[in-house]
Design a protein around this ligand. Structure first.
Ligand code: GDP
Length: 390
């Protein structure tokens, strides 16, 4: 699935940059092309891979290249006013060469959070290609304003994008680690998982042809259900032993080949279960998904067809909907069997529920409390003056 990634704001830009770095090293390069949009010049300057002409500055007359802070309403207003600047650049990249858009942003911030629903809406009006969004949810300890921003952005984004893949920064934190320390690891996970899904649809015609091809149309059909999506991943090390003629013959006569295949099939099923149940970009109840897609990547000799079929059946029996697609992505030199599970149309995501409940409380608090001078004045009125007992 040839994808045009548009990184919005700081997190979005950094992740788009990582997509490009990974793409150029991959066995199927040019599956991704990337653009970055920001109101902060310093964030754009910090990017490494994205060419200068694909770094778009917005809001310069309003915020003078300094960014919008955490004001996502301002981010959205600037996007509405200057959407033509972004659309112009996109049209120059040549949208006809792409199968889909992927807009990426941290939903808790200002620029990315504000721009993502606005740009998504306009892209859907102009183009037939599906517009997917990848939104980063703030970790719970990132503060109230981030929570409120994320909730507002998500509310506007869901009806304006074809599907929204969510990532929870909090899920990836190790004991005592700060969110910042985890960024590189989280970004790598996002790029790896999206990379496997998108490239699996591009391997046709390459040297190692997949046995069960994942067509781009299958990825699009899975995402067509819309709403919230999450992506799981798990892998297992494998040692691929090249068999000589004699051992091949022996395994045919002694039935060892069959046993070996059963072993491969059950390994695949176990990796798929781990990817689905435990290692999601945003934890959720996988059983509440409406559709799913399984992609198995690894050395062709390990990608047992029966294993993929069994895994597909297992997931089909366990999710709410009944459509599960599956296929493989051969990586002849890999020492791992990796599995990506894309769950689409998720209806039960406790992390989103907690975020929205918290955001409601924060919104009420913000509405009640007069901000700035008045607030300080009311606080001062409760304090005794100096020299009052003369
Ligand atoms: P913007 O520049 O105004 O759009 O704001 P940011 O992109 O910095 O958005 C803030 C949110 O994004 C917070 O929840 C941050 O924790 C998160 N964030 C910032 N940079 C990264 C990153 O590189 N990776 C991830 N996963 N999250 C990030």
């Amino acid at each position: 699935m040839k994808t045009l990634v548009i990184g919005l704001g700081q997190a979005g830009g950094k992740i788009a940059d990582s997509f490009l770095a990974d793409d150029r090293k991959s066995p199927v390069p040019h599956t991704f092309e990337c653009i970055a949009v920001n109101s902060a010049l310093s964030d754009l300057a910090g990017l490494i891979q994205i060419p200068q002409e694909d770094r778009i500055v917005i809001g310069e007359t309003v915020v003078k290249g300094h960014g919008v802070g955490a004001d996502n309403k301002l981010g959205a207003d600037i996007a509405e006013d200057e959407v033509d600047v972004i659309l112009n650049r996109i049209s120059k990249v040549g949208v006809a060469d792409f199968d889909a858009f992927l807009l990426v942003a941290g939903l808790g911030g200002g620029t990315g959070s504000g721009v993502i629903p606005v740009l998504s809406k306009h892209l859907k009006q102009v183009y037939d290609e599906p517009v997917y969004a990848l939104g980063i949810l703030p970790a719970e300890n990132e503060g109230d304003i981030y929570t409120l921003n994320a909730a507002r952005s998500l509310k506007t984004l869901l009806p304006n994008a074809d599907a929204v893949i969510l990532v929870d920064n909090g899920t990836f934190l190790r004991g005592g680690e700060s969110v910042r320390e985890a960024y590189a690891r989280i970004n790598k996970e996002i790029v790896k998982r999206m990379g496997i899904v998108a490239r699996a649809g591009e391997v046709r015609g390459r040297k190692a042809v997949a046995e069960m091809v994942v067509d781009t149309s299958e990825i699009i059909n899975t995402m067509r259900t819309g709403g919230i999506c999450s992506i799981g991943y798990a892998s297992e090390r494998v040692t691929v032993r090249k068999k000589g003629f004699l051992s091949k013959l022996l395994s045919i006569f002694l039935g060892g080949g069959k046993k070996e295949n059963i072993g491969k099939a059950s390994r695949i099923l176990s990796v798929v279960k781990r990817a689905t149940k435990g290692r999601l970009l945003m934890p959720c109840d996988y059983r509440s998904a409406n559709k799913a897609l399984i992609v198995l990547a690894g050395p062709p000799s390990e990608l047992d067809r029966k294993g993929i079929e069994k895994s597909r059946q297992w997931l089909e029996q366990n999710i709410t909907g009944a459509e599960v697609r599956g296929g493989d992505y051969p990586l002849p030199k890999s020492g791992y069997v990796g599995c990506v599970v894309l769950l689409a149309g998720i209806s039960n995501a406790p992390r989103v529920r907690v975020l929205l409940e918290r955001a409601k409380i924060v919104q009420e608090k913000v509405a009640e409390e007069p901000i700035g001078v008045k607030n300080i004045e009311s606080l001062l009125s409760d304090i005794d003056k100096l020299g009052g007992k003369k």
